[in-house]
Design a protein around this ligand. Structure first.
Ligand code: FNR
Length: 381
């Protein structure tokens, strides 16, 4: 169908479910085990309601903000997703870079350690040199590989590092496990072209691609990573460091205390520990505690998982998030329409955001606060 016949982000998902290969759909769409967290990520937003202000002059609304020291047009970004070539075999992550930079609204892109194009290619594909590119780090058991990579991406002009900590072992994504990944030419091809992202430990059966895409990819990730490593990394680089995958208030507090620049409250889109709580709930709980401890200006809070609407973005920002990330919607948009799909997805979300701000009675991001929300039912699972 023509791109302009799609009206919201769910339309990309519906289309992707029809046109993607079984392998790509299984890998992209799956959550862990019974997919309870995956579903709750969405449901939690549906338990939050607005208390709009009326009779405010909203003839002009401004979605500009700042994330990790960079000015941005909107308070959202494309979160890291592995293997974009499964859905867009020719251009993969390069088309995400183009889609993020070619329209009038520009959006930061977080590049995965498991990207199917090299970081160099992706940065090169970005339409402008000023485009905000972030790098997601899976810390390798061989620390030198990670340290060298950080030096390398610094030189490429990457503006922040997101260290993912919710995947010491990859979650059981059963849709993905049921598909024998190697049976797919497409999957095998992406893996063959990217030998560095497949487990180096040849003796470990669990790393066989036949056990599902996710397992085959994950084995280099160091399960022994601790807070000490994060503090060590702080010495390696001057780039902002954000911990991605924080799932309890105590760890948000700890992150503020160890001096990282931010955290992403995330359960990896429901793909890791099933029954981990929806991040928006955690945000609602964490913010008042950070304020009480006077730690709220020590770090920036981000949230991802289940965000599909302008109203979802607003809810997270009212609760104190600096910005929000989206994973699957951009994977689907990129798979269905390449760079133009990514650009259109950004426009859709921006249009929804602007309209919802107007209807909420706010004209700028800094006016958003929790008194615009009714949270009575948030925990009413
Ligand atoms: C991811 N995510 C992810 N995160 C990360 O830090 N490194 C990675 O390589 C990946 N890979 C990946 C692949 C796929 C197919 C998905 C769906 C997700 C998690 C991602 O960054 C983000 O946390 C979630 O996708 C957010 O949830 P939504 O927006 O997909 O609901």
């Amino acid at each position: 169908p023509p791109l302009n016949s799609l009206v919201n982000l769910y339309d990309f998902e519906k289309l992707a479910s029809k046109i993607l290969s079984n392998q790509a759909w299984a890998y992209y769409s799956s959550g862990a085990e019974d997919e309870i967290s995956y579903r709750e990520n969405h449901s939690a937003y549906r338990r939050i309601f607005f208390k709009p202000r009326i009779l405010v002059d909203v003839s002009k609304v401004d979605t500009n903000t700042e994330m990790l020291g960079s000015k941005t047009d909107v308070p959202f970004y494309v979160s890291a997703t592995a293997l974009c070539k499964l859905g867009n075999p020719r251009e993969g992550e390069k088309d995400i870079a183009r889609g993020c930079g070619q329209g009038s609204t520009k959006v930061p892109q977080m590049i995965s350690t498991l990207a199917s194009c090299s970081v160099d290619e992706i940065v090169e594909a970005a339409p402008s040199k000023d485009q905000i590119e972030w790098y997601q780090v899976y810390v390798n058991s061989d620390r030198k590989i990670t340290k060298d990579m950080i030096k390398h991406v610094e030189k490429l002009g990457i503006k922040a590092l997101f260290v993912t900590v919710d995947a010491p072992s990859l979650g059981r994504r059963e849709k993905d496990l049921k598909i024998k990944f190697l049976g797919s030419d497409q999957g095998a091809k992406v893996m063959k072209e990217n030998p560095e992202i497949v487990n180096q430990d040849k003796n470990d059966n669990d790393s066989e691609p036949a056990n599902g895409a996710s397992r085959a990819l994950s084995k280099f990730i160091d399960p022994s990573l601790t807070w000490n490593d994060i503090m060590e990394m702080r010495k390696w680089t001057k780039l902002p460091i954000v911990i991605k995958g924080v799932q309890r208030v105590e760890d948000v507090v700890k992150a503020a205390e160890v001096g990282v620049n931010g955290v992403v409250l995330s359960n990896h889109g429901g793909r890791q520990l099933d029954y981990s709580r929806p991040p928006i709930e955690l945000l609602a709980e964490a913010m008042p505690i950070l304020k009480e401890k006077q730690l709220d200006d020590k770090l920036e809070l981000y949230v991802d998982g289940g965000i599909r609407r302008g109203t979802d973005v607003l809810k997270a920002l009212c609760l104190g998030a600096k910005g929000v990330g989206l994973g699957r919607p951009f994977l689907y948009a990129n798979s269905c329409y390449g760079k133009d799909g990514v650009q259109r997805a950004i426009e859709m979300l921006t249009e929804e955001l602007e309209m919802s701000m107007r209807l909420l009675g706010v004209t700028s991001i800094k006016d958003l606060s929790s008194d615009l929300l009714d949270l009575t039912n948030l925990k009413g699972r």
